[in-house]
Ligand binder design. Structure first.
Ligand SMILES: Cc1ncc(COP(=O)(O)O)c(C=O)c1O
Length: 462
């Protein structure tokens, strides 16, 4: 394995000398040389100079087909015409200001709420998914007067202090540990973990903690946890138990919102949460996130609860900035108008890619399993994650299958595959990523060839 990574580092360094120099400069002033750990891969990240559609170009002049696509926010690819057309006249008119309410936010609010088709909802905008999940927990606690939160092992809701437990897999302990320093120990005791898609465990957990729980937060499509969909039965059970115990059911749709249809995944499942979180692509590439919920819960932002206090959800200096709202609105208008073409097309391309990658590795005598495949009622999924099973009988249905190093070769997926693909002109995170409307059939075939070359490199050093 050491020989493999030494070879990959050497090849990558040969190709990205200017980025290497830039990173050395960054490392002198920035912690670990940057601002987001997922972007700071080893030995160092390349630095982009431009990005259009499916492609990013780096300082050394190399092009990469990008499947990270702005942390999955860019459903229309990088720098899309649809958004630029909206923003350019607005910026040219000198309208760049913040600090006031604006009418565009009302349009975006109406658009999101009408897509959900549930009466009696309210929305408030903020600037990141992390803030949205933090406010959602505060609202649920304010509403119920309870102080425990239930989340899924392997679920990621951003760096919210209320939810930084059970994020990373720890051998022997699974998804049960606190994953950040700087949290008071009582926070950790108030976060309860349950297992993804495990109805029996959910029932047991509600029996034990139900009366104490303010919220149950989950991703109907778990992102970092492995690109896996909840079963409809599991979501229905979550709804039933939340009702029974008076718990606020929160769907984190920050990845899944508008990604599989021009609404939340909740529309496809037909299961309605009490609150939903949106982010990423609802901003059209700008910093927008939103908390949506039943009016009686959301009004906790402005109405004092039993404690005599309101939930201090102010969203931030830049919340609902008109520029961001315009970008988000242009994105959602486009998705709503073109829903029938976009989602089936990117779903079919991704299916071809998942199949092509598995075949490419198989032809070199190596087994990989791609997650991200849709399941009823989701017909097409634009996600793919490439996993290296360590045993034959792993069926890749839980975050444990993805992150337990005894089941999957996490190092190969997260580090070696990344470099092997970069030297072949493809950029991925967690072994894969998502498609955008800018990816073409030709791009997919080029990507499969890049995976094939990566497979050959792996085989050489196996
Ligand atoms: C499901 C989910 N929730 C919340 C977040 C946090 O969003 P942000 O990075 O905007 O803070 C993410 C980020 O990747 C996410 O995937």
């Amino acid at each position: 394995m050491k020989q493999l990574i030494d070879y990959l580092d050497r090849e990558y360094e040969k190709k990205t000398r200017k980025s290497c120099q830039m990173f050395q400069r960054a490392a002198k002033v920035m912690v670990r040389g940057g601002s987001h750990s997922l972007r700071l891969w080893k030995p160092y990240p390349f630095f982009p100079v431009s990005a259009h559609g499916a492609t990013v170009t780096d300082l050394d002049g190399h092009n990469y087909l990008d499947y990270w696509q702005g942390h999955y926010a860019n459903l229309l690819g990088h720098n899309p015409e649809v958004i630029r057309r909206e923003l350019e006249p607005y910026l040219a008119a000198g309208a760049l200001h913040t600090g006031f309410e604006n009418s565009v936010q009302i349009e975006l609010a109406e658009k999101i709420l009408s897509s959900l088709g549930q009466p009696g909802l309210r929305i408030r905008f903020t600037t990141s998914g992390t803030l949205a999940s933090t406010y959602a927990v505060m609202l649920a606690m304010g509403y119920t007067g309870r102080h425990y939160v239930l989340k899924i092992g392997g679920g990621w809701h951003g760096s919210s202090p209320y939810l930084l437990k059970g994020v990373k897999f720890h051998p022997g302990r699974g998804f049960s540990q606190v994953d950040s320093a700087g949290l008071p120990p009582e926070f950790a005791r108030h976060i309860i973990i349950t297992r993804f898609n495990d109805s029996e465990h959910l029932e047991k957990t509600f029996k034990k903690y139900g009366p104490k729980l303010a919220a149950f937060i989950l991703e109907p499509f778990i992102g970092v946890g492995g690109f896996l969909f909840c079963s409809p039965e599991y979501l229905k059970l979550a709804r039933k138990l939340a009702d029974e115990y008076g718990v606020v059911l929160v769907f984190d749709e920050i990845i899944s919102g508008f990604r599989f249809c021009s609404s939340g995944l909740q529309r496809l499942y037909g299961v309605r949460p009490d609150m939903s979180l949106f982010g990423k692509l609802i901003g059209g590439g700008e910093a927008v996130a939103a908390v949506v919920g039943k009016a009686k819960i959301m009004e906790g932002c402005e109405r004092t609860g039993t404690s005599g206090l309101r939930v201090n959800f102010e969203g931030g200096t830049f919340s609902a900035h008109e520029e961001y709202m315009r970008a988000g609105l242009a994105m959602l208008n486009y998705l709503i108008c073109h829903e029938k073409e976009i989602y089936p097309r990117i779903g079919q391309l991704a299916a071809r890619l998942r199949q092509g990658i598995e075949q490419a590795f198989a032809s070199e005598g190596l087994r990989v399993v791609c997650t991200g495949t849709g399941r009823s009622p989701i017909n097409g999924s634009s996600f793919f994650m490439v996993n290296f099973p360590k045993k034959d009988n792993i069926n890749y249905s839980t975050p444990e299958d993805i992150w337990d190093p005894a089941r999957s070769d996490v190092f190969l997926r997260e580090e070696a595959l990344k470099l092997a693909l970069l030297i072949n002109g493809v950029h991925v995170v967690h072994g894969g990523g998502c498609l955008s409307t800018a990816h073409t059939e030709k791009d997919i075939e080029r990507t499969i060839e890049a995976y094939q070359r990566a497979a050959r490199i792996f085989k050489k050093f196996w």
